[in-house]
Write a new protein. Structure first.
Length: 213
């Protein structure tokens, strides 16, 4: 059964990589998180400033720790207590860093990246600003189309991320989206990157492991 599952996952990842390439993305696959980390490290020049979106995936694969060990200046908000002004500065710095790293809430088999944000700095940085953008996602983020991507975000990614962040929103309790207007809602900006942006060097690494939310 493991062999069947592995074959299915590999085929799904390979088909999605091919679709991403047809849409202009620099797309490739990795068998594991460790392989993905080595691949991504090879894309980041020494001394580069690196912005990091709030991604569980990037931390699951050990990428952030590896970048810290290499001495990169990293702009991230993960696990740090800062003032509102400092928080704003971190998010702005991500827009102009050398390399921006993120995952994607969903990736369609047709080759589109679909994301929903509360503030919008993550989706903005994925589209334009940083000299290089690298998106890493586990195979569990792959869905058939944009409609399925939105459903995945509303009923899987958003509730889990809201719970992780200890936000006071209904989906933490219900487990699914209720189209809330809560002040702490993280579903305020929706981005669909259907083709590689014309002025952004955007790479996508799909990983044959279940990672992140």
């Amino acid at each position: 059964m493991d062999e069947v599952n592995s074959s299915y996952i590999k085929d799904l990842v390979d088909r999605t990589v091919e679709s991403l390439r047809k849409r202009g993305f620099d797309a490739l696959s990795a068998r594991s998180g460790a392989e993905a980390t080595e691949t991504i490290l090879g894309m980041i020049p020494p001394g580069s400033t690196v912005g990091v979106g709030g991604s569980v995936t990037l931390r699951d694969i050990g990428l952030i720790g590896a970048l810290e060990s290499r001495g990169h200046t990293i702009y991230q908000r993960w696990g740090t207590q800062v003032s509102q002004a400092e928080d704003f500065d971190y998010r702005r710095a991500q827009l102009t860093c050398d390399v921006f790293l993120s995952s994607s809430n969903a990736v369609t088999v047709e080759g589109e990246l679909v994301n929903v944000d509360g503030v919008g700095n993550r989706v903005a940085s994925m589209i334009f600003g940083p000299r290089k953008v690298i998106v890493a996602a586990g195979w569990n983020k792959i869905v058939p189309d944009v409609n399925a991507a939105i459903q995945r975000i509303r009923n899987v990614a958003a509730p889990l991320n809201a719970k992780r962040l200890e936000l006071k929103v209904p989906c933490v309790t219900t487990g699914h989206c209720t189209d809330c207007d809560a002040p702490e809602s993280i579903c305020r900006v929706t981005s669909i990157i259907s083709w590689k942006p014309r002025r952004t060097d955007l790479s996508v690494v799909l990983i044959e492991e279940k990672l992140g939310f």
